[in-house]
Design a protein around this ligand. Structure first.
Ligand code: SF4
Length: 362
């Protein structure tokens, strides 16, 4: 199989496809290794000095892995890297959902974005390459609103990855969202997208790759069965890792009130098991037997009308115990508010906890 990279220069508006050398694929297997190498090579070609996150010369690389879209369990992932605004060294984030599979269905393994657009844009990746469209009308919208506005005029087989106001304003921990559930959350990649004035990247492609042969299908079945027989499979498929708040608390390892304590009196209230009453249905990435995601809805009370995604363990801890918050509905509300604003929930909760701690200490 040939592996192709798609380069997009926002400054010139030029995009081009090129075959990736087999040597790079064999050496890095795609994902973050390939991204790191491509970012390194691109920066070396253009700059000798260190490049900071918001410099137009910074590079966003997104790569599939060898298993992306093949039907391998938990294989529907794509990896993103850039120079992070949090550290000014390589940032790294991984996103689920359909994006990786659709990208590979276009025959593209890696996208490398450089430069900076003069005005807000959205990028459309499709069978014939890439188009860059004005996005002034989308600037200021939440991630969900952006997705709705774009999907209206797109073919049905499209996935949107967008930033919210956080990324536009270069908040150092801004994320990229795709749907309610999937985030390239960590290390501020959304802020770099905002600095490049990219409101969204849309991928129009198929949700599955060409059929596997008999041996490949058998291998997929073996690993799917292994996952489904794992002792913790029933927990993960029902609660994701959100059900580990209580066990972590019992072990005295829960970061509570900005690490000032190791257990939390409200742990049972914000554990994933207590959030099951808000779950509408479970959601999955393509071909994943774990289906660890879930849609939630709050039907009454102060946060009535809140809909969106159930948080995983890390966002629950950041917004709940770390902030001393034991109200599961408040955690669900804040989680989905962060997603709409395009804020990485873990960093947002941790930052709030730090600020609360400083305030309490005068
Ligand atoms: S459904 Fe959950 S476990 Fe499966 S690939 Fe997506 S995020 Fe990973």
């Amino acid at each position: 199989m040939a592996y192709t990279r798609l380069d997009i220069d926002l400054t010139t508006g030029v995009s081009q496809k090129e075959a990736l050398p087999d040597e790079l694929i064999c050496r890095y297997l795609g994902g973050r290794g390939l991204n790191a190498r491509l970012i390194h090579d691109t920066l070396q070609k253009t700059h000798t000095d260190q490049v900071s996150a918001f410099d137009p010369a910074n590079v966003i690389a997104m790569s599939c892995g060898l298993l992306t879209g093949t039907g391998a369990p938990s294989g529907a992932r794509m990896h993103l890297n850039t120079i992070s605004p949090l550290t000014d060294i390589l940032g790294s984030s991984n996103i689920g959902g359909d994006a990786g599979t659709r990208l590979r269905s276009l025959g593209v393994f890696t996208v490398v974005i450089t430069g900076q657009a003069e005005h807000p844009v959205w990028i459309h990746l499709h069978q014939d390459g890439a188009d860059i469209h004005p996005a002034g009308h989308l600037w200021g919208l939440s991630t969900g609103e952006t997705e709705l506005a774009l999907q209206k005029d797109l073919p049905g087989d499209s996935t949107v990855m967008s930033i919210g106001p956080a990324g536009e304003n270069r908040c150092a921990f801004a994320c990229i969202m795709s749907g309610n559930h999937h985030a390239a959350g960590r290390t501020g990649i959304g802020a770099v997208m905002g600095a490049k004035r990219i409101k969204a990247v849309v991928i129009t492609g198929k949700k599955k790759l060409p059929k596997l042969d008999i041996a490949q299908k058998a291998t997929v079945r073996v690993f799917t069965r292994k996952i489904m027989k794992a002792p913790l499979y029933p927990v993960f498929s029902k609660l994701s890792n959100s059900g580990f708040v209580i066990p972590i608390d019992e072990k005295g390892m829960l970061s509570t009130r900005n690490y000032s304590d190791i257990t939390f009196e409200g742990a049972k209230k914000v554990d994933g098991s207590a959030m099951m009453k808000y779950v509408q249905k479970s959601v999955t990435c393509p071909k994943c037997p774990v289906h660890c995601k879930a849609d939630i809805k709050i039907s009454e009370g102060r946060y009535r009308g809140t809909t969106g995604a159930r948080p995983d363990l890390e966002p629950i801890i950041a917004l709940g115990p770390k902030c001393g918050l034991d109200d599961p509905e408040a955690v669900l509300y804040l989680h989905n508010l962060c997603n709409r604003l395009g804020l990485d929930v873990i960093s947002a909760g941790s930052t709030a906890a730090f600020a609360m701690d400083l305030f309490n200490r005068g």
